[in-house]
Design a binder for this molecule. Sequence first.
Ligand code: ZN
Length: 156
Amino acid sequence: MTNTVTTSTEDRRLLAEVHRWARIQGWRAGGWRGYQNAQFEDKATVTVRPNEAGFQVWRKDADALFFTGQPTEYPTATVREAIDILVAIGILPPAFSSAYRLGRSDGAFIANVETNPDRKCAACGATSGLTLLPGNPLTGIANQWLCWGTCKAATR
Ligand SMILES: [Zn+2]
């Protein structure tokens, strides 16, 4: 049910959010290893370099002057997937993950409907015995309520 395929418009919006966050956090373009989490290499502890297959990450201790050795490779198929992995490996904060956003969206929707007397089945209009069908903010599919068991609309 959860669809994490993103549109290119959504990709651009996500990337803009990530770039905004990174700039505020002090990330800078750091040469051929990509973006680093400090203005100068001696103060950085991680670099992220996007490539054709996904992205690469170099790490070092804060007191090491230079990044050395081979990067860790993270193959990804989509921008959404890359961002979820960057969250999973602790580079981006959880608020960027699709799981966090789905949860927040569902929470806001449930809070809204529970104070809304107009809650009803999206197919038949029944107002009791409903279940929440989660949508996906990444694809623009909205949350909706449907009959939990047999919907009257299905027998027409
Ligand atoms: Zn129904």
